[in-house]
Design a protein around this ligand. Structure first.
Ligand code: SME
Length: 156
């Protein structure tokens, strides 16, 4: 399991190596997660809009989702504000959780910054409780690091 997932970061690296379009890279990164991780229902990006101080929906795979999330709101807005991973065993116990999809039971959200600038978050939802382990967190942080390495700051 962990080998398969570690491969995900390597696969992402190979997928993004000759491409500098952030939208295309987020679209493929979301698809890679959905294709390779079992028991998830949504995987994608929310992007930081500094002028409005909020997140806006980016490329993703899954059901339709909320478009705007204010800084500090829900799991994603909390991660944006605190710049720390949130790994939520039961989303119903997270105060202010934004339920885009009532099937979502657990969630992991990872902050994305480049050169000290907030870019947004990677958000993954699961239809089962306690889906994400500490090991998953490590692998997904590695995945996010690879994505960030390929992030083109001239095209933000
Ligand atoms: N549940 C998230 C909102 C985004 S959806 O899960 C796609 C939150 O509380 O921030």
């Amino acid at each position: 399991m962990s080998e398969i997932k570690s491969m995900i970061a390597k696969q992402l690296d190979a997928l993004l190596i000759n491409e500098d379009n952030n939208i295309a890279n987020m679209a493929n990164a979301s698809a890679l997660l959905m294709q390779n991780i079992q028991n998830i229902s949504w995987a994608g990006f929310y992007l930081y809009e500094e002028q409005k101080d909020e997140l806006i929906l980016g490329p993703f795979q899954g059901k339709v989702a909320c478009v705007h999330i204010k800084n500090g709101n829900g799991v994603c807005g909390t991660v944006l504000k605190e710049q720390k991973v949130q790994r939520i065993k039961n989303v119903n116990n997270f105060p202010g959780h934004i339920a885009c999809d009532s099937d979502s039971k657990s969630e992991i959200v990872i902050p994305i910054t480049k050169n000290g600038n907030k870019f947004g978050v990677l958000d993954i939802d699961a239809p089962i409780l306690n889906r994400f382990s500490m090991e998953d967190e490590i692998i997904l942080k590695e995945f996010t690091k690879v994505f960030t390495n390929h992030l083109n700051i001239d095209k933000l």
